[in-house]
Design a protein. Structure first.
Length: 106
């Protein structure tokens, strides 16, 4: 598992940052807050978030990389979203995405 996570993280570090999206109001302070909140998660939750959201792995790929079942990955992602929502002071954690549920049309 560690090898897959290291490869994914290394590729993320080497990938140039995407240009700002037109109409994107991403405040650099908020980005730093989100990154700090992610670092505060458990290692398993960090791994799931990194691979799923940042490396754009599917749930099945994350499960394979982490050496666990897909349901476990979904649980890690759900707990991570809830922790991030609490940490960042948002009202409600985002709902599970269609992609996370395994729907092909997402």
């Amino acid at each position: 598992m560690a090898t897959a996570l290291n490869v994914a993280r290394r590729s993320l570090r080497r990938r140039p940052l995407p240009p700002p999206q037109p109409g994107s109001d991403a405040d650099p302070e908020e980005v730093l807050d989100v990154r700090a909140a992610i670092r505060a998660l458990s290692r398993r939750q960090q791994a799931a978030v990194d691979l799923y959201y940042l490396a754009d792995f599917t749930v099945a790929d994350v499960a394979s990389a982490m050496g666990c079942r897909e349901g476990t990955v979904r649980a890690h992602l759900a707990k991570a979203r809830a922790a991030l929502a609490r940490s960042l002071g948002t009202q409600e954690a985002p709902r599970t995405s269609a992609r996370e549920e395994g729907h092909a049309d997402a």
